[in-house]
Ligand binder design. Structure first.
Ligand code: PMP
Length: 376
């Protein structure tokens, strides 16, 4: 009888310990993601050591390039689809199309997410889009419609072509949405709901400066709305040469009128930098314009040199718009003073820009100094 009691006690103790061990193991193992879309967001923030050491500020990069399709646009593509599912324009588990006119990161994010979520992507783009972006879209299996480069006022311009293709599908009884990243407010909303709070938390609410470029305006609007509702960071829009935002923010004028009259052949600006800079006002920019304190103009030459500098000094291999932000952050650090805490957006990786921007950047001397980078 005594032996039986001892046996039961030992078994019970062993069982409890085993269960306890399993519970501890479960808690210490990172949860498994159930689908690729769950990898979006919660991107890390990394100190850019070289720039921080040289300026005496703490300059951090929000690594949006760590998203599964390689840029902040994953958040936008996901939210556009999610909002369409909520209002019934797309239905989970049923065939549906996402249309967009883009030569940039958004198309790649849409194509990848459509695959992850069971939809199809239709991307219209100008026929001079770089080969690497084209083959990425082809590899992801998107339907591609190449059109002649044209002004936004031309019905055959690629954004208008995407919109029309969507309208035709819906008219014929198909299910589809036009993502419309420039005007669709699902864009800034997701940065307000995710990117802004992430940055705020990662910085413990201590942010003196924030720097981002502006393509659609979604990132700067969403992040700055969230931050400015809580703290007062100095917000800088980093603008490439030839873009109208610089004048718009600093002097209240833009080349918008020229664009509306259709005298500009294309609304793209004269720069090697991709994804940012515009000569018209979009809904996503308009919504956050009042949060922006200043704009700093950065030349292509500075951006090219900065990208090489960051690659060699920090192992940060970034695309052109990130390099622009880094140049503007160095300038901003002079105004904010030593010890200030500045966050920049690292939008995408250099590998997206090998055939154009990095073709020039790779030949820059690896011993280039920050002073040489900043010469304009
Ligand atoms: N950098 C890159 C590489 C981009 O593709 C974009 C988006 N066009 C941006 C920056 C700017 O982001 P947003 O559209 O949110 O202004």
């Amino acid at each position: 009888w005594k032996n039986a009691v001892t046996f039961v006690s030992i078994s019970l103790a062993a069982y409890t310990s085993w269960k306890y061990y399993q519970a501890v193991l479960r808690m210490s193992t990172p949860p498994v993601k159930q689908s690729v879309d769950e990898l979006i967001g919660d991107t890390p923030l990394v100190l850019i050591k070289s720039l921080s050491k040289a300026t005496g500020s703490h300059i951090y990069a929000k690594m949006e390039l760590c998203n599964p399709a390689g840029s902040a646009k994953d958040r936008v593509a996901f939210n556009v689809i999610k909002e369409a599912e909520q209002d019934g324009r797309l239905v989970k588990g049923k065939p549906g199309w996402v249309f967009e006119g883009t030569s940039g990161s958004t198309g790649i994010s849409i194509a990848l997410l459509c695959n992850a979520l069971g939809y199809r992507a239709h991307i219209s783009l100008p026929d001079d889009t770089s080969n690497e972006k084209l083959s990425l879209l082809e590899s992801l299996g998107a339907t591609i419609n190449k059109v002649k480069p044209a002004s936004i006022v031309d019905p055959n311009q690629y954004v208008n072509a995407a919109k029309r293709a969507c309208e035709e599908l819906v008219k014929n009884g198909g299910r589809g949405i036009f993502a419309d990243q420039f005007e669709n407010e699902a864009n800034w909303r997701i940065h307000y709901e995710t990117t802004g709070p992430e940055i705020y938390k990662q910085m413990n609410g201590q942010i003196d400066g924030f720097v981002a470029g502006c393509g659609t305006g979604g990132t700067i609007t969403g992040v700055c709305k969230y931050l400015k509702e809580r703290i007062s960071p100095h917000v800088v829009l980093a603008d490439p040469q030839g873009s109208g935002f610089y004048n718009r923010i600093n002097y209240g004028v833009m080349y918008d009128k020229v664009e509306k009259e259709g005298t500009r052949r294309r609304h793209q600006v004269d720069t090697m930098v991709e994804g940012i800079g515009l000569n018209r006002i979009t809904r996503n920019f308009e919504m956050g314009e009042h949060y922006i304190d200043a704009s700093i103009r950065v030349t292509d030459d500075q951006a090219i040199k900065m990208s090489k500098f960051l690659s060699v000094q920090d192992g940060l291999f970034v695309g052109s718009s990130t390099a622009i932000n880094a140049v503007a952050a160095v300038k901003l650090s002079k105004n904010l003073g030593k010890g200030s805490r500045i966050v920049i957006i690292a939008c995408d990786s250099g590998s997206r820009h090998l055939s154009k921007f990095w073709k020039t950047a790779k030949d820059i001397d690896r011993d280039i100094t920050l002073e040489q980078v900043m010469i304009d």
